[in-house]
Design a protein around this ligand. Structure first.
Ligand code: GAL
Length: 458
């Protein structure tokens, strides 16, 4: 079957996603306060080669050429995040007008170029001043966050009508508060549960703030998700997989849908109740306009006595000897189909959007060109899986590639390259990769961009 853009229908939303800390740079320009990531990257041996994002892609200074590039690539929807500490250098208190001005310029230019802005309000860069007051562990974060959201919506809501409250709460609470491998580097179950509960409350509270100001806006939030499969048909591996599923896929969506936290499979998660107040369970529920799903791979799970709390562990792709990306994630486009079917199966689930999907592979520049067949193959095959799910009735309304530019990939620094556009971090030169050119042709509905969804079982 030949796949082109038309197969998805004319109202299907195509786009790319980015995040402030990963691309903006200008970490202390024009009154911006430090975020937890600005501080975390300066600690020794937290980030690959001790890299940081002080400059990153210098998007703060180059947003004009980068938006023009988006326009040239025919990309109609652009998801980006607002850096909280550009708006509120101290997290709360005085607003930094220069921060408001920057996002105004960005939004205005996007609209002028007929690119629809999709704004993520929190993509992991909590103002450091708030971290000093407990950050996500302090329940007051819900008030700080709502104030920040209100300010953003008051300033930008006349032109922005698509909002995403959080980016992947599972990842920032688990990596940042349980494993300590992301900012702010805290560890332990209680830290994770407190951060998770406050983040889940913020999802619902902030969505209500947006709706109260602009009832017709479209409000969602985004979740990381992985298709999970047991390593073997043994009962122990099946139970381990169900536990991993709770943490990887179910933990934040279920309270949002009014189902409460999924604690049946992992009893110790009931400790979250310690951080809950009387009406919290009710308040966690919110009718979003859409749910953003972000999928990159599948995980194969087996039982393990040695892993505390869940007795489950991931069997790495390397161990399974399957092809991987530069993140060591299995190349498995079919995961997208399974994830879409899984989320669609929840009763009363809002329409779904794929707000991130992509792949990192090593890229080389030859004669000023970057040929990246592996990324191209992955994107096409995943898009084919989205179509398969859509044709089976899944309400999936759009697909955003992660990401426009090679950028700062958190703890992995600049090593993994996810961009449709190559960035030379010494010169800041941009080179559109062949995958980027293909996406541009596909979005123009150029017949040369048609492809066949033909890999394993499609
Ligand atoms: C997501 C995250 C992005 C990006 C991507 C690739 O978890 O939202 O910021 O890093 O993964 O790893």
């Amino acid at each position: 079957m030949h796949i082109n853009k038309e197969a998805f229908g004319s109202d299907f939303l195509w786009g790319v996603s980015t995040a402030a800390y990963q691309i903006e740079g200008a970490h202390d320009a024009h009154g911006k306060g430090p975020s937890i990531w600005d501080i975390f990257v300066k600690k020794r041996n937290k980030i690959f080669n001790n890299q940081h994002a002080d400059m990153a892609c210098d998007f703060y200074n180059r947003y004009i050429e980068d938006l023009e590039l988006l326009h040239r690539l025919n990309i109609p929807n652009y998801r980006f995040s607002i850096a909280w500490s550009r708006i509120y250098p101290d997290g709360i208190g005085a607003v930094n007008q220069a921060g408001i001005d920057f996002y105004n310029r960005l939004i205005d230019l996007a609209l002028e170029l007929e690119i629809t802005p999709w704004v993520t309000l929190y993509h992991w860069d909590l103002p450091y001043a708030l971290e000093l007051r407990g950050g996500w562990l302090n329940r007051e974060v819900t008030q700080w966050f709502c104030q920040y959201v209100k300010t953003c919506v008051q300033h930008f809501g006349d032109r922005v009508s698509h909002w995403m409250v959080l980016n992947e709460p599972t990842v920032f609470t688990a990596a940042g508060y349980f494993f300590g491998i992301h900012a702010p580097g805290k560890k332990g179950l209680d830290n994770f549960l407190a951060a998770a509960h406050h983040a889940a409350l913020c999802q619902a509270y902030a969505a209500a703030v947006i709706k109260s100001l602009y009832p017709n806006s479209s409000v969602g939030t985004t979740f990381s998700c992985s298709h999970v499969e047991p390593y073997s048909p043994r009962q122990k591996d099946i139970v381990a997989t169900q536990k991993a599923d709770v943490l990887l896929n179910r933990f934040f969506i279920e309270p949002l849908l009014g189902m409460g936290y999924p604690t049946k499979e992992i009893k110790v998660l009931r400790r979250i109740e310690k951080f809950m107040q009387q009406h919290d369970e009710r308040d966690l529920q919110f009718n979003m306009d859409f749910i953003g799903l972000q999928n990159y791979t599948r995980e194969v799970i087996r039982h393990s006595y040695f892993v505390p709390f869940i007795n489950a562990k991931i069997v790495s792709a390397k161990k399974r000897k399957v092809p991987t990306t530069a993140m060591q994630w299995e190349v498995y486009p079919e995961a997208m189909y399974h994830i879409l079917k899984k989320f669609q199966a929840y009763p009363n689930i809002p329409p779904l959007l794929i707000t991130e999907n992509g792949a990192a592979f090593p890229d080389t520049v030859v004669h000023n060109q970057v040929d990246d067949p592996k990324r191209l193959f992955y994107l096409q095959q995943t898009i084919a899986q989205v179509l398969k799910a859509k044709e089976e009735g899944v309400q999936v309304k759009g697909y955003f590639v992660w990401t426009l530019l090679d950028n700062f990939e958190w703890a992995e620094g600049y090593a993994p390259r996810f961009g449709l556009v190559y960035v030379d971090f010494n010169t800041q030169q941009r080179i559109v990769k062949s995958s980027g050119q293909w996406y541009a042709d596909f979005l123009k509905n150029d017949s040369s961009s048609q492809f066949t969804g033909s890999v394993r079982n499609i």
